[in-house]
Design a binder for this molecule. Structure first.
Ligand SMILES: Nc1ncnc2c1ncn2[C@@H]1O[C@H](COP(=O)(O)OP(=O)(O)O)[C@@H](O)[C@H]1O
Ligand SMILES: [Mg+2]
Length: 334
């Protein structure tokens, strides 16, 4: 049954022997930022030595439903943090809030010490915090290289710049294209440069989204289910790319259902259930935490684990609309 598979994918006990890469010794090739967490309490809301993102009292309700109710959370700079939790836990909504794609009922958060609450998405991106989407429909009608260009920052005032300083504009555009091509090389998409993104496989779209996010040279990269819809052959390559983001000094926060991936690459895991942060810790200890197991067990019975196509399409539309709404308006008087 699909539900059973999904449950096992979620890495619950039995499916998870305690000898994962995070356990003992680790393999020689595995770099890690786990040392940063040596003195961090294994508790929800735990303080981190050098947090890049700090959120407090963030709530979001939809009608009578409290989708997000986060007391406090800190994300450590330079590490890979996984945000896990059963379907409907509020992970995507929390991402939407933090990145300005949705507005909270209450709460505050800061990024690199700057208050970010209620800052629109395009400004958030320009400040160095960029996210990818659980679903990547937005890209399909543009070519791969066009998609990459939309990831460059500084869109605000583009038309003005173009009209007034054509030479400046051209050199910026050329620099963007060079950067895009370098990223396409790195993510093994250069041969697809002129193809429509819609013709790419699920995994290639995820790669494209990640490459596109890097056009903004973000300090914090937030990935919503980077492994969803990715075939096994591409998974390893994607894992490598996520690690490389950390290894070049970026911070990564990702939502993921694939517990193998969580175990393999995360330095720290934050667990959400019913809108709240219910546990935090290194991967191997969090996954055996009874509170976490309970959360998955509880959700197992009353949450549909596989989304229907309608739900997926509706969600994609919602993401698209949110993105459109957040595009800068009114800056473009020429
Ligand atoms: N736009 C929306 N309108 C109404 N309810 C929503 C909306 N977005 C999310 N929700 C609800 O909020 C809860 C959290 O959803 P979500 O953040 O997508 O969870 P997750 O990403 O952890 O699976 C779910 O119950 C979901 O149905
Ligand atoms: Mg989600």
């Amino acid at each position: 049954m699909a539900a059973d598979n999904e449950f096992e994918d979620a890495g619950m006990p039995g499916a998870t022997p305690a000898n994962g890469p995070g356990g003992h010794g680790a393999t020689a090739i595995r770099s890690s930022a786990a040392h940063m967490f040596t003195d961090v309490a294994h508790e929800p809301g735990a303080s981190k030595p050098d947090p890049i993102l700090v959120a407090t009292g963030v709530t979001r309700t939809f009608g009578g439903l409290t989708a997000v109710d986060v007391d406090h959370v800190e994300i450590q700079r330079g590490a890979i943090t996984a945000l896990i939790g059963p379907n409907g836990a509020g992970k995507t909504t929390f991402f939407n809030l933090l990145t300005g794609f949705d507005k909270p009922d209450s709460g505050n958060w800061s990024f690199r010490g700057n208050d970010l609450a209620r800052v629109p998405a395009y400004k958030v991106a320009r400040m160095g915090m960029v996210r990818t989407f659980q679903l990547t429909k937005v890209l399909s009608k543009l070519t791969v290289i066009e998609n990459m260009r939309t990831g460059a920052t500084g869109q605000s005032g583009e038309r003005l710049l173009k009209a007034m300083f054509p030479f400046l504009w051209r050199s910026q555009e050329e620099a963007n294209t060079r950067k895009a091509d370098e990223l396409l090389e790195r993510f093994l998409l250069i041969k697809k440069r002129e193809d429509f993104a819609g013709s790419l496989s699920g995994g290639q779209r995820k790669l494209l989204e990640m490459a596109r996010a890097l056009m903004a040279d973000p300090e914090l990269v937030m990935l919503d289910e980077p492994m969803a819809g990715v075939n096994p052959a591409l998974k390893q390559s994607l894992l490598g790319h996520v690690k490389s983001l950390r290894d070049e000094g970026r911070t990564v926060l990702f939502v993921e259902h694939d517990m193998d991936m969580v175990r393999d690459i995360s330095d720290w895991v934050v667990v959400m259930a019913q809108g709240r942060i219910i546990a935090e810790g290194p991967p191997h200890s969090v996954m055996s935490d009874p509170r976490v197991i309970d959360a998955y067990l509880g959700a197992h019975h009353d949450v549909a684990l596989d989304l229907t196509e309608d739900t997926i399409l509706a969600e994609a539309e919602h993401e698209l609309a949110a993105q459109r709404d957040e595009e800068p308006k009114g800056n473009h008087h020429a």
